[in-house]
Design a protein around this ligand. Structure first.
Ligand code: FES
Length: 332
């Protein structure tokens, strides 16, 4: 039979004119799709991620982690110095900003080597990068000591890569000062490779495992505008922190007489349950200390008093109606 009907190509039954058809028979398509998905789709994991995920589960690292984090925690008691290392005064972790100095300097030094730039400039950049490693390492160690164990495993390998990169750049500087420029350039290239691998793991730690991000509920997205009824005032115990639910939001509620303080219950650091924490007084102000890593927030407005959290805890304005109903709305 002809494939042309009245000057138009014949359209097979069950197909739509104008839509491009697969050359495979309909029965073969699901199998082919499954195979493609297996080869380069759902089962396919890029190798660096695969490696990073294996590090997350590498229990063999737990012993050195216990020893090192114990030492760091003993060396950094709660106080202004530790808070500064976490970045509390800046409102976000200090480590990501500080790592730019060594990484930027070292990358620039290697680029100068590759494009035959000034040897003196390369030397200065390598030296500045090695100097910049100390504050980056101090802030990183402070943050690392208050992470979950899977995060700490990735963090330990990240730290080792950067420490090794620092050694290679230190060796490069010594070689350059000694007049062995070829060796110096080779060590710099090796150091940058190592630092880049470490930076990848740092990205995995921050972006995939959420270290450094705020884990508090996104209150503005989860609660509507205006006042919301929470509960009756007499149902709240006096001077005890309790958890209450407002839609999707878990709240820490604290009542003292007719005054009610309300914070989001998920700690901004890593999501710990704040209502299970301790009530403390900091310079005469009522605060809550998280049960997981000891971040301390003001009950009145969620401000960070002590890290490791750096982001403010979302807080709510509360009022009691004449009928004894507690109402609240998110603080701007
Ligand atoms: S979860 Fe770490 S301090 Fe709260």
């Amino acid at each position: 039979m002809s494939d042309v009907v009245h000057g138009r190509p014949r359209v097979p039954a069950g197909t739509q004119p104008g839509v491009r058809q697969s050359p495979l028979p309909a029965s073969a398509r699901p199998a082919r799709r499954k195979k493609l998905a297996r080869v380069r789709g759902l089962d396919w994991v890029p190798r660096p991620v695969n490696l990073a995920e294996r590090i997350e589960r590498a229990h063999v690292l737990d012993r050195p982690i216990r020893a090192l984090s114990g030492t760091v925690v003993r060396a950094l008691p709660t106080g202004p110095r530790t808070d500064a290392l976490h970045g509390v005064p800046f409102g976000q972790p200090a480590h990501p900003a500080l790592v730019r100095l060594p990484l930027g300097c070292w990358t620039s030094a290697v680029l100068l080597d590759v494009f035959r730039g000034s040897e003196r400039a390369s030397r200065v950049l390598v030296f500045a990068g090695v100097l910049g490693l100390a504050p980056a390492a101090a802030t990183g160690l402070a943050d690392w000591s208050a992470l979950h164990r899977d995060q700490q495993r990735v963090g330990l390998v990240h730290l080792s890569c950067q420490a090794f990169a620092g050694l290679l750049f230190g060796g490069s500087l010594a070689a350059r000062l000694d007049g062995r420029h070829r060796l110096g350039k080779g060590l710099s290239a090796a150091g940058l490779t190592c630092a880049t691998a470490g930076a990848y793991l740092g990205g995995h730690l921050a972006l995939r495992l959420g270290a450094g991000a705020s884990h508090a509920d996104q209150v503005s997205h989860l609660s509507g505008l205006g006042w919301h009824d929470l509960c009756r005032l007499e149902s709240l115990p006096e001077r005890r922190m309790v958890r209450r639910q407002l839609g999707y939001l878990s709240l820490l509620v604290y009542r003292s007489g007719d005054s009610v303080r309300v914070l989001s219950d998920r700690c901004a650091h890593l999501g710990g349950p704040l209502h299970q924490g301790r009530l403390v007084s900091e310079r005469g102000v009522a605060c809550v200390t998280c049960p997981w890593h000891g971040s301390t927030f003001r009950l009145a407005d969620g401000r960070v008093v002590h890290g490791p959290a750096t982001a403010r805890q979302p807080s709510f304005e509360a009022r009691v109606t004449t009928e004894g109903l507690v109402q609240l709305r998110p603080r701007p």
